[in-house]
Design a protein around this ligand. Sequence first.
Ligand code: AMP
Length: 411
Amino acid sequence: MTISPFSALGLAEPLLRALAGENYTQPTPIQAQTIPLILQGRDVLGIAQTGTGKTAAFGLPLLQRLAQERKRPGPAGVRALILSPTRELALQIHQSLKTYGRHCGLNMAVILGGVGQGAQVAAMRQGVDILVATPGRLLDLVTQRHVRLDQVSHLIVDEADRMLDMGFIRDVRRIVAALPKARQSLLFSATMPDDVVHLAHEMLKQPVRVDVAPPTMTADRIEQRVFHVAAQDKRRLLVDLLHDPALARVIVFTRTKHGANKVVENLEKAGIAAEAIHGNKSQNARVRAMDNFREGRARLLVATDIAARGIDVDGITHVVNYELPNVPESYVHRIGRTARAGAEGIAISFCAPEEQAYLRDIEKLVKRKITVVGEEPAAAARGKAPTPIRDYAKKRPFHRGRRGNNNRRAA
Ligand code: AMP
C-alpha cells in the first residue's frame, strides 16, 4: 500500500478516506503549504484565489482539529466560524466541508441573507461545530441572540478582498471584535489591497504568509503560438500535428472532463494512443496514466486544469491548449508545464471563433500578442480559400528556430 501524500501532511484516517472517495491524489500547492501550519495551530494569511483548492486547504485541518478537541458547543454556540462574502461561496464551502468531514461526526450550519431566518435559527438552537455565514445575516442573528460568538476558537475569513468590494469589511470587523481573543485565525484573499492588509493585522497573530497567487509572467523560453481554427476542425488539426515526431512529450489541455474524454476518443479513432486524467478517473487509473507519461511509455497526456495541478514532469516538449481556458491565469499554469528546469518548450493554442474573448484576456495577462500560425476562419471571412490545415501541419510550424515559417499567415 502506498502512503497518501495527504497523510504525509498530517491528516488522519477519516479525512484520508473522504479524500480517496473524491479521487484527490495530490495536494494542491496551497494545501501542501497550509495544512501542516493549521494543524500546528498557526495563524495563516493565504494569498490564493478560488480554484486553487483553498477550501480543502483550510477545511481539512479545521475538521481534524475540531474532531480532536472533542468539545461540544453550548446552545446557539459556534466553535468554528467561516465568513464568506457571497451566498454562493458560503453554500459551496458548506457543501465541501460536509463532503470532506463526512466521517468526522461534526455538525455544521450555514447562515445567509435573502432567505427566511426560521430554518437557520432552528439549526443554531443546539449550537454547531462549524458555521459558514455571510456577515450581514450573521450580525442580525447575533443581535437577536440566536447565535452566540463567545465560544469561537477558530475563525476563517474567505475572499477578504471581495468582502471589501462588496462593502462588508465593517461588518467583518464588528464580528471579529466580538470573538474571544484566544483563537486560531485564517484569512484568505486573492489580492491584498490596503484595507485587507489592515484587517489581517487586526485579526491574525504572527501569521505565516502563504502565497500561491498565479504568476502573470510566462517564461521567455516558451514559444507561444495560436492557431485560429473552427471548433469542428480541432480534432483533425491535432491528429495532423501529432504526425510530427518533434512533438515528443505532449500535454493536451481541455476545459472540461467531457472535453478530455472526447479528445482521447478522437485520437484513438485515428490510431493514436492517449490517456486522460481528470477527477472522474479512479485514483489507480490516474496514477497509471501519470507513471506512463513520466517514464516516457506514453507520449500524450490529456488533462483538465485541476487534474494537472500536481503534474511535475520534466521534458515536456509541447503543451497543446485544445480548448483555451476561461481563466487566463490557467493559461500561464498550463504552458508552464513545458520549458521546465531550463529546457525550452512550445505552447500551441487552438482558438475557435467563440474563444476569441479568452484569447484577448490571456494576451492582456501575459502582456504580449501570441504569434498566429494559422488563421483559417479569418481567411475564409475575407473570401479567400483557406489554407488546408494539413498544409500547415506539413510546414511544421511548431518547430523551434523557424520563426519565418511560424509567422506565415494563410496565403
Ligand atoms: P476551491 O479553490 O477550494 O474552490 O477548489 C477548486 C476545486 O478543486 C474544487 O472543485 C475542489 O473539489 C477541487 N480540489 C480541491 N483540492 C483538490 C485536490 N487536491 N485534487 C483534486 N481536486 C481538488
